[in-house]
Design a protein around this ligand. Sequence first.
Ligand SMILES: NC(=O)c1ccc[n+]([C@@H]2O[C@H](COP(=O)([O-])OP(=O)(O)OC[C@H]3O[C@@H](n4cnc5c(N)ncnc54)[C@H](OP(=O)(O)O)[C@@H]3O)[C@@H](O)[C@H]2O)c1
Length: 253
Amino acid sequence: MSPPAPAPLAVAVHGAGGRMGGVLCRLIAAATDLRLVAAWGRSGDDRLGRDVGTIHGLGPLGVPLERLGVRGTRPAVVVDFSLPAAWPALAEFCREERLPLVSGTTGGEDPERTLAGVAEVVPVLWAPNFSPALAALAEVLPTLAGLLPEEVALGVLDVHHARKRDAPSGTALRLAQLAGSGTRPVATASLRLGEVVGEHVLYFEGADERLEIRHRVHDRSVFARGALLAARRLVARGPGWYRLADVLRDPPP
Ligand SMILES: NC(=O)c1ccc[n+]([C@@H]2O[C@H](COP(=O)([O-])OP(=O)(O)OC[C@H]3O[C@@H](n4cnc5c(N)ncnc54)[C@H](OP(=O)(O)O)[C@@H]3O)[C@@H](O)[C@H]2O)c1
């Protein structure tokens, strides 16, 4: 007789009323090893109390959009895609309740410092981009930039949908920091255009040649899948601050 399957991981989504929140709810509902136990939205959201699946056109999921708080089953992990203004309350809550936190919220100043209090007591993973391909690029970028002549000019362009609030994107800032090692200047530019989910282009402009690296996201599910993969792996870790690359290297749970 095969051993019984482990209980699904109880997940709470913070920012559940938004675009990424909707994708996360859909993917969690479809996963046999995950269970959506809470969907948290902004306290003034007039959709509070409605089923979060219905809000996103997925059909009822049996979980209402609520303001932050544990009411039913206690989550094992919180996945946050909201706004930086929500971080202070979320950080205090996760610290008090000792809830591991995966966050993809961008546009906030110094996430590591803002969420440091949480990382003292539980594992915390923040990533400005949950695409596994971009996480791999981030790993090799300093090496690549270091191999190119110093006079090569560096640039990062990010293109996102017109409703994106931060510019440059969190990813563009991170790529610029990695390519320039924090010492070389990196030109940045942002385009906010139509429904573009996310595109980043790195430029290495030499005297007689240019190297370009382009990453294009076809569907925002890639970010949600990456965040849920991180959530599955983060719960096995001790308190501390983690990067996506740290958990991508873990063997599957
Ligand atoms: N790291 C990554 O891979 C990645 C990928 C995509 C997006 N992002 C980032 O993730 C965040 C969300 O993106 P999105 O496209 O889903 O944006 P969105 O559609 O604007 O969703 C954000 C949601 O958070 C809600 N919210 C605001 N304050 C809140 C609070 N105090 N508590 C709970 N919920 C609150 C918003 O409500 P209201 O609309 O009522 O204010 C909205 O429903 C952004 O920072 C974006 O840049 C990161």
